[in-house]
Ligand binder design. Sequence first.
Ligand SMILES: Cc1cc2nc3c(=O)[nH]c(=O)nc-3n(C[C@H](O)[C@H](O)[C@H](O)COP(=O)(O)O)c2cc1C
Length: 169
Amino acid sequence: MDLDAAIRTRRTHKAYGPDPVPRAVLEELFELARWAPNHFLTEPWRFRVLGPETVAQLAAAGGPGELEKLRRAPTLVVATVKLNGDPYTEAEDRLAAASAVQNLLLAAHARGLASYWRTPKLLREQPGREAVGMEADEELVGLIHLGTPVSEPAAKERKPVSEIALFLP
Ligand SMILES: Cc1cc2nc3c(=O)[nH]c(=O)nc-3n(C[C@H](O)[C@H](O)[C@H](O)COP(=O)(O)O)c2cc1C
């Protein structure tokens, strides 16, 4: 798949087949994620692949129905950004970490995998953060769902380029 096609055809998937993504494939995705642009070369992105015990702990930290939501995908990755206390660097590092996640989603899609970038409130609150071992200087970027696709979600329309881009004199 060429890059333009990968960018255009990636979709948010909310249903998956049962097979987890093999560790070797996840390692490829993380290896590609880390090539994101990064102003201060802080490499602030962190990825945690959740095993079954951690998923159970995270579900227990949430409300009723959380486990069912977490089980929608066979592979869950918590993506975080490490923040260093300097507001300017932090702002830039959040952008870099989001870019790394987009790399990961595109690389997953190019491998035929389905994905979903979710930001549950649970992972911004202390019990959820603790369940996945987030440190005090880490902030959630996304709970990335990964697995095999079982549907072809429709594209959500985007504004035309004429509405979003200005060519200044
Ligand atoms: C930072 C971020 C957080 C998101 N969090 C959620 C979420 O919590 N729940 C959700 O349904 N979708 C979430 N999404 C996915 C968007 O809803 C989705 O990308 C959008 O509807 C466009 O669909 P597409 O990805 O198929 O193009 C998130 C996307 C981003 C970039």
